[in-house]
Ligand binder design. Structure first.
Ligand code: BMA
Length: 378
C-alpha cells in the first residue's frame, strides 16, 4: 500500500487551468448531446485534457463484489491490494429492461445506484454497459437465433414497443442518479458494445451497418429528446478485431452521437505476452488515429487477462502496451464472486498483487485519489 503515490501536480494544474480558460460553448461543440448538463461537459473536457497525462484505471463491479466476497462487505479488491480505489467504475444494466431488481450478475440496482452516487461524490467516474435481453425472442443478449432483431426494432411494431419500454426503464434508472443537491450525475453510457463480433443479437452478422447505426441513433435521440436525459456521455466500443480505422468505424453511428471511442480486448489463454503487447498497441494506435481525426476521447472499454497467471503482467505486459499513448482509461473486467476462475484484477494473495502495486505507483496511472485532486466534474 502506498498512499504517497507520486502525482505530477504541475501537469494536473496546467490542464485544469487550460480547461477553465475555455468557454463552455467551445467545449460543448464537441459533445454528442448538445444539451448536456454543464457538469457533463466538464467531465468530457477534463477527460480530454487528462488524456496523455495519465491513464485512468477502472474496474467492473468493483464495490459490489470480488474474489470470495459479496456486498454488503463494503470492500473493493483494488483497494485491498493498493490502498486506493479505481478511477473508473464499470456497472452493467443488463436485466433492468425487465424491471428486475438485480442485474444479470446479481447486483441489486438499488445498490448500483448507491455505489454510483458514492463514486461521483468521491470524484470518480461511472460507466454503464447494457447486456440487454433480446426484445424479439425474450431470451438473453447472447441469443443470436434471429437475425432480424435490429430490423424489427426499427420497424413500427411490437418489438419497437418492447424496446421503447426497456429504454424507459434505463432512463428512469439513469435519471435517478443525483447528487445531494438533486443534480444529475454525469455518467458514461456504453450500449451495444462489441458489435463488430457476432455473439450478441446486435452483432455484425445479425444486422447491417446501416441498421446498427439507426438503432444507435434512435436510442440516442430517444434518451436525449424524448426522455430529456442530459447527463450521458456516449461510448462507442467495438471488439478488438480491427486493423484499420475504416474497419474500426464500420458501424460507427457518426460524430454527433458519440463522445468516447474504444474497444474491448482480452489476453487469451495461450496468447504470448509479446503478441498481446503488439496487438493491443497497434489497435490503440489505429483507435487514436480515428479519435484524433474525429475529436473523440479514446479508451480501452474492457480489458484483462483472466486469472492474471503472470506475476509481472501489470508492469511488463499491460503497461508497455499503453505507455506514452493518450488513452483516457482502461476498464478491467469483473472479479466474479461466483465463478472462481473469472477475475481480472488481483486480490490479496494473488500472484500479481505486488506488481499491481508497482503499476499503481507509476505517475502515469491514475486511481481515485488522483481524480480527487482534479475535480473532474468542475
Ligand atoms: C461477461 C462475463 C459474464 C457476465 C457478462 C456481463 O464477460 O463476465 O459472466 O455475465 O460479462 O457482465
Amino acid at each position: 500500500m502506498n498512499p504517497m503515490k507520486p502525482v505530477n501536480f504541475l501537469l494536473l494544474f496546467t490542464f485544469l487551468f487550460a480547461t477553465a480558460c475555455k468557454s463552455q460553448d467551445n467545449l460543448r461543440a464537441f459533445a454528442a448531446d448538445q444539451k448536456a448538463t454543464s457538469a457533463t461537459i466538464k467531465l468530457l473536457a477534463n477527460m480530454k485534457a487528462l488524456s496523455g497525462k495519465g491513464i485512468m484505471i477502472g474496474h467492473q463491479d468493483d464495490l459490489a463484489y470480488g474474489k470470495g466476497w459479496k456486498a454488503p462487505a463494503g470492500k473493493s479488491d483494488v483497494y485491498s491490494v493498493c490502498g486506493d480505489y479505481p478511477a473508473v467504475f464499470g456497472w452493467d444494466l443488463g436485466g433492468i429492461e425487465n424491471g428486475a431488481s438485480v442485474n444479470l450478475d446479481s447486483v441489486p440496482f438499488a445498490d448500483m445506484r448507491k455505489y454510483a452516487i458514492e463514486v461521483y461524490s468521491m470524484g470518480g467516474i461511472n460507466t454503464f454497459s447494457w447486456h440487454l435481453n433480446n426484445p424479439l425472442t425474450g431470451s438473453n443478449a447472447w441469443d443470436i437465433s434471429r437475425n432480424d432483431v435490429v430490423k424489427s426494432i426499427l420497424s413500427e411494431g411490437e418489438t419497437k414497443a418492447v424496446y421503447i419500454a426497456w429504454l424507459d426503464r434505463v432512463a428512469a434508472f439513469l435519471s435517478s442518479l443525483k447528487n445531494e443537491k438533486g443534480e444529475l450525475i454525469p455518467v458514461i453510457f456504453r450500449p451495444f458494445h462489441e458489435q463488430s463480433g457476432s455473439w450478441f443479437w446486435w452483432g455484425k452478422s445479425l444486422c447491417t451497418a446501416d441498421e446498427f447505426s439507426r438503432l444507435w441513433q434512435f436510442t440516442f435521440t430517444y434518451l436525449t429528446e424524448t426522455k430529456k436525459l442530459h447527463n450521458l456521455v456516449y461510448a462507442f466500443s467495438t471488439g478488438g478485431d480491427f486493423t484499420t480505422t475504416s474497419e474500426f468505424a464500420d458501424r460507427y453511428p457518426g460524430d454527433k452521437f458519440v463522445d468516447i471511442v474504444g474497444f474491448d480486448y482480452y489476453q487469451s489463454a495461450g496468447q504470448s505476452n509479446a503478441d498481446f503487447i503488439k496487438t493491443l498497441n497497434s489497435r490503440l494506435k489505429t483507435l487514436l488515429e480515428f479519435a484524433t481525426a474525429n475529436q473523440k476521447i479514446a479508451a480501452i472499454t474492457e480489458l484483462g487477462y483472466e486469472q492474471i497467471p503472470d506475476a509481472e503482467w501489470w508492469t511488463k505486459t499491460f503497461y508497455p502496451a499503453v505507455k506514452d499513448l493518450p488513452v483516457s482509461y482502461a476498464l478491467f473486467w469483473r472479479n466474479a464472486a461466483n465463478r472462481p476462475n473469472h477475475y481480472y484484477v488481483p486480490y490479496p494473495g494473488q500472484i500479481s498483487e505486488n506488481d499491481f502495486r508497482k503499476l499503481y505507483d507509476l505517475r502515469e496511472t491514475l486511481f481515485l485519489r488522483d481524480l480527487e485532486k482534479i475535480h473532474i466534474y468542475k
